[in-house]
Design a protein around this ligand. Structure first.
Ligand SMILES: Cc1cc2nc3c(=O)[nH]c(=O)nc-3n(C[C@H](O)[C@H](O)[C@H](O)COP(=O)(O)OP(=O)(O)OC[C@H]3O[C@@H](n4cnc5c(N)ncnc54)[C@H](O)[C@@H]3O)c2cc1C
Length: 394
């Protein structure tokens, strides 16, 4: 397995990448002068006593790719929309668009009943519900948990449409086409959400750091040995890959010799979720707490159209053992005014995301794949924060 998806999933792949990616050190590999001249960067206060929260959740990974499929169950049509791995937020709009199209296909033209039940209130359920409302459905969400107590709320919140979305062997031409459609549609939807109060979606700068030149492979690669091979899908959407720029040592404050600045699309999950909930309710949507033990229980619902957006919960609910848990943990540092930039330190298993509700520090563990343990490992987060501190020597 490769941890190189850590970078590749966001289009930040460097040396050691597959041939197609090698020509693209970061973004499209060209130096772009389109960045505004930044003010001197405020050093991040990377100290364990600034950790205010540690979140753990499991990515609902399917080697086959997400299940977006209609199924007739008695008088109902259920469209499954689950299994988005590490890309659920990023692909949410495109995936919802495809799911709702399937629901509309199954909806007979003479059928007056426009009621729909969406099972699940995470990234996929909420977005599917809004897209269904726009298509004319009257939507009710039924879910065991609602935000902020859903796994989606513990995600990082960056544009990562190719992160653990399927394995290399299942990246068929048909899948690649479906993925491209989801990624492009989602990306364009996110651009319509910029500039809103609370910054639900925003573009920020990030810094890719390395001890060795970016065109050198080897120890600096973020490879890992315990996951399957993932396809480098970002090559299919070159126009959406982040722009980047090489920096000279005097142009950045980090204690590393090599740095590139990139642009990153970021989702501030608390305010973004709030925006989705507000829009859903404003369109007449309702949310009810329900826990389903089996899909047979859906037969008792009055709605004939259903979307099943139960994420990792689908593994137990649908007995779908094609879903593999991939554990992820983030530590949130107290928000630091003025320090609003991301970091990825190549070869050091460290990623920092400048969310408005705090600076997220993330590291991967070699035992994440297949691991559904939601117990926080504080020591791992403290170690990641200490690694971050090394970039800012006193
Ligand atoms: C550490 C980490 C970082 C991540 N970072 C990113 C990122 O930066 N960008 C990105 O795009 N993606 C990211 N992801 C992936 C993303 O979080 C997931 O793909 C996404 O959350 C899946 O959303 P979902 O709506 O399918 O599932 P969930 O959020 O799990 O929602 C499922 C819903 O279904 C309900 N439910 C489940 N079972 C039942 C049942 N039996 N009966 C009733 N209700 C039920 C739940 O209560 C919940 O409401 C990350 C994941 C992790 C773990």
């Amino acid at each position: 397995m490769k941890r190189r998806h850590f970078l590749a999933s966001t289009g930040l792949l460097t040396g050691g990448a597959p041939a197609q990616a090698q020509g693209a050190p970061i973004g499209d590999g060209q130096d772009h002068g389109s960045f505004a001249d930044p003010k001197p960067l405020v050093p991040l206060q990377a100290r364990a006593d600034r950790i205010i929260h540690i979140a753990v959740c499991t990515r609902p990974f399917r080697a086959l790719g997400p299940r977006i499929q209609a199924q007739r169950l008695g008088r109902q049509v259920v469209v499954h929309n689950y299994g988005h791995g590490g890309s659920g937020w990023s692909l949410s709009w495109g995936s919802a668009q495809q799911a709702v199209a399937l629901a509309l296909q199954a909806h007979k033209p003479h059928q007056r009943d426009r009621r729909m039940a969406v099972i699940g209130c995470g990234a996929i359920g909420l977005t599917s519900a809004i897209v269904a409302q726009r298509a004319g459905f009257q939507v009710r969400i039924l879910c065991r948990d609602r935000p902020p107590d859903v796994p989606s709320a513990s995600a990082t919140g960056v544009w990562s449409p190719a992160s653990r979305i399927c394995t290399q062997e299942h990246a068929t031409p048909a899948f690649e086409q479906q993925w491209q459609a989801m990624a492009r549609h989602s990306f364009h939807q996110f651009q319509n959400l910029l500039g809103l109060a609370g910054d639900p979606v925003e573009w920020t700068d990030g810094y890719l750091l390395s001890d060795t030149p970016f065109n050198q492979s080897g120890a600096a690669d973020d490879d890992h040995g315990h996951e399957p091979d993932y396809p480098y899908l970002q090559r299919l959407i070159p126009e959406l890959r982040p722009r980047s720029q090489t920096l000279q040592p005097h142009e950045h404050p980090f204690a590393v010799p090599h740095a590139r600045r990139y642009a990153q699309l970021l989702f501030n999950l608390p305010s973004y979720t709030e925006l989705l909930l507000t829009r859903f309710h404003r369109n007449g949507g309702t949310i009810e707490t329900r826990h389903f033990e089996s899909p047979r229980e859906w037969a008792g619902l009055p709605e004939r159209s259903l979307i099943n957006a139960t994420g990792y919960g689908a593994r137990a609910l649908m007995q779908d053992h094609t879903i593999t848990p991939v554990r992820g943990q983030t530590a949130r540092l107290m928000p630091q005014p003025g320090a609003h930039y991301g970091i990825r330190w190549r070869g050091h298993n460290l990623s920092v995301v400048p969310r408005r509700d705090g600076t997220l520090v993330q590291a991967q563990d070699e035992h994440d794949f297949g691991n559904a343990d939601l117990t926080p490992d504080r020591d791992a987060s403290v170690a990641a924060v200490q690694r971050l501190a090394q970039l800012f020597p006193a």
